[in-house]
Each structure stands twice: as structure tokens, then as C-alpha cells.
Write a protein that binds this ligand. Structure first.
Ligand code: PLP
Length: 326
């Protein structure tokens, strides 16, 4: 565990890191660490935070609550969630002596209508409030692994091991300040505290660090090109159906650096129905359906390739074409 965490810190250009069961586990652990500091008596009490001096966690109020409901998990620490009106000016009024941390959710999509990390973190630092950034899916670019901590100065940032890093889905990474990360570790297995429930085994640790090494070793352009080649292959096969309008974007839905293929299905077909079909057709395929918040036509599907192998492109296209023939 120590060796893997040290290597993860080094690879991600951070002072410290901790590998846990997922970004969700990382979020809960890092908030818990902000509530307890290095006080093991407090650690033993969680999720009972009654009488603890720091037992409130702030998040912005905003439309992202529906799109990224992970903030609800902060309550597992026992902390009381306080919703801050979405403006930098409102932060000062919301912070008090009970504030344990402020949790931010960066993504062009989630930050619609609320201040960005770039705007919020300087004010939170000025007020001395610990900042946790849930950047679970905010890769690539690879530099995001140190951007929130080293460039913006948040205290901890959390990433999923099973999304763009392509490690086991049961892994996640916390990076940031050594003290905070040490306290995350104290809250975790083998101790019988809140993080015991987010244990990572040796198998996951070995697989995670391998995935992280591969993710970082692959140059950004190659990563993008590999995914683009898979999507282009799909695009060519879809083009045999002239009624299908296609569009290749160079950004993921959350503003990440990745190619994304949008396909407009013929009138009368819907993305939702297509998804239900492809999930139960042959090898189950989860084609992308936009949630209503995106205001996209209901017959547009999106396809990404960051977790696909080249030979899997045909499986995806076969499933969608079978739906269209249905
Ligand atoms: C996916 C996601 C999570 C959960 O990640 P896991 O690694 O599955 O635990 C948490 N927060 C955000 C913003 C996410 O996108």
C-alpha cells in the first residue's frame, strides 16, 4: 500500500496520494479527514459528528446536483451539508467555525451557472477553508492529475480508477497534501474506521498502479488518436446508412480532451429505445443517451471509445444497426 501510494504520488506529480475503492470512496475519506484532522478519537466516532467542532461541509447549490449526485455521499461521514448560493461572494457568508471543507465538482457541464474551481479556490484559500475537488472523470488531459492540487491549490483531488485511467472499476485515487492523505490512510483499512468499508486488495492495488503507469506513459496525442481511429471505423460503417447524420467532437461531454461521435438516428427512433435494445442484443452495449438536462434531440446517441478496444468497435456498430433494422 505504501509503495503503491508513493508511486502514484510520484507519477501524478503530487506530494502524496492514497488509493481507495473509487472516487466515491475517495470523496468520503477526504471529507472525513477534514472533519477529524489527525485526532484518532474523532476518527473512531464517525459518522457521529455531534459535538465535533468541524461538522459542516459546503457545496454550491446548482443544476449539477441532478447530473452528478455524488455529493449525497458526503452525508455518510455524518457531516451536515450546507448549500451555498452559486456565487463567490456567497462563500464568505456560508463559512463559519464549523466548516470542515468545501467540495467542488469541476466539469464545464457541472459548472454551468456556478463559479468555476478557478474562481472559487482562491477565495476559499483566502478564508482558510480546506477544498476537495471531485474530479472523478476529468481526464484527459493527464495534467489534471496535478492541476487542481498543484496549480489551483486545492487540498485534495479525487479521480476514478475505472474511468479514463482504465484500471479496475473498484479503484480510485486521492491526491494532495501529505497530512490530509495520512489522515485518509488512518481512517482506512486495516483500521476499523469509516474507510474500512472502502478497502482495496493487493490485486486492485497492483492493477491500479499498472493502469496509472500506462495512462501516464501514453502521450496525449496517441491516446486521442487511438480513440479517434476506433470512432472513425464506426463512423465509416454508419455512413453506409445515408440517413444517419454524424458529427465528431474533440471534447467529451464533460469538457475532457477525447473524441466523441454523435449519431442522429432516423425520425421515430430514440436514443433511449436504442440503448434498451443494444443492452439486450448479443454482447450488451451501453450506447450513450443524453439526459434531459442537455437539451439534445431524443434521437441523438453519443459514442466514446476510451474504454474500448479496436476489435470492439464492430460490436457497438452491429448492435446499433440491428436496432435500426428492427
Ligand atoms: C463517476 C463519478 C464518481 C464515482 O466514481 P467511482 O470511481 O465509481 O466511485 C464520483 N464523482 C463524480 C463527479 C463522478 O463522475
Amino acid at each position: 500500500m505504501d509503495a503503491v501510494c508513493q508511486r502514484a504520488a510520484c507519477l501524478t506529480k503530487n506530494d502524496a496520494a492514497f488509493v481507495t475503492s473509487g472516487a466515491a470512496g475517495g470523496l468520503i475519506l477526504s471529507v472525513a479527514a477534514c472533519i477529524c484532522g489527525d485526532d484518532t478519537e474523532k476518527m473512531e466516532m464517525l459518522p457521529n459528528v455531534e459535538g465535533l467542532p468541524k461538522n459542516e461541509v459546503l457545496i454550491y447549490d446548482g443544476a449539477f446536483h441532478e447530473l452528478a449526485p455524488y455529493w449525497k455521499l458526503i452525508r455518510l461521514t455524518g457531516a451536515r451539508l450546507v448549500f451555498v448560493p452559486p456565487s463567490v461572494d456567497a462563500i464568505k457568508g456560508a463559512v463559519n467555525e464549523h466548516t470542515a471543507a468545501f467540495v467542488l465538482f469541476p466539469a464545464s457541464l457541472y459548472e454551468k451557472g456556478i463559479p468555476t474551481c478557478e474562481e472559487s479556490i482562491p477565495e476559499l484559500k483566502r478564508l482558510g477553508v480546506p477544498v476537495i475537488v471531485d474530479a472523478a472523470a476529468q481526464l484527459p488531459p493527464i495534467s489534471n492529475l496535478w492541476y487542481y492540487t498543484k496549480e489551483l491549490g486545492c487540498n485534495a483531488a479525487v479521480f476514478s480508477g475505472g474511468k479514463h485511467i482504465r484500471g479496475p472499476q473498484s479503484t480510485g485515487l486521492i491526491v494532495g497534501e501529505p497530512k490530509l492523505l495520512q489522515n485518509c490512510r488512518k481512517l482506512a483499512s486495516p483500521n476499523c474506521r469509516i474507510g474500512r468499508a472502502f478497502k482495496t486488495g493487493k490485486e486492485e492495488l497492483a492493477a491500479f498502479i499498472t493502469a496509472l503507469e500506462l495512462f501516464i506513459a501514453e502521450p496525449e496525442e496517441l491516446k486521442f488518436g487511438r480513440q479517434l481511429a476506433i470512432l472513425t471505423k464506426m463512423q465509416k460503417r454508419f455512413s453506409s446508412k445515408t440517413e444517419l447524420k454524424q458529427q465528431m467532437n474533440s471534447e467529451g461531454r464533460l469538457g475532457t480532451y477525447q473524441p466523441l461521435l454523435l449519431v442522429t438516428l432516423p425520425e421515430g427512433k430514440t436514443a433511449k429505445e436504442c440503448n434498451a435494445f443494444t443492452r439486450s442484443y448479443g454482447t450488451p452495449v451501453d450506447i450513450g443517451v443524453y439526459p434531459p438536462e442537455f437539451d439534445m434531440p431524443d434521437n441523438v446517441i453519443f459514442l466514446n471509445a476510451y474504454n474500448l478496444k479496436e476489435e470492439e468497435a464492430d460490436i457497438v456498430v452491429d448492435a446499433v444497426l440491428a436496432y435500426l433494422a428492427d
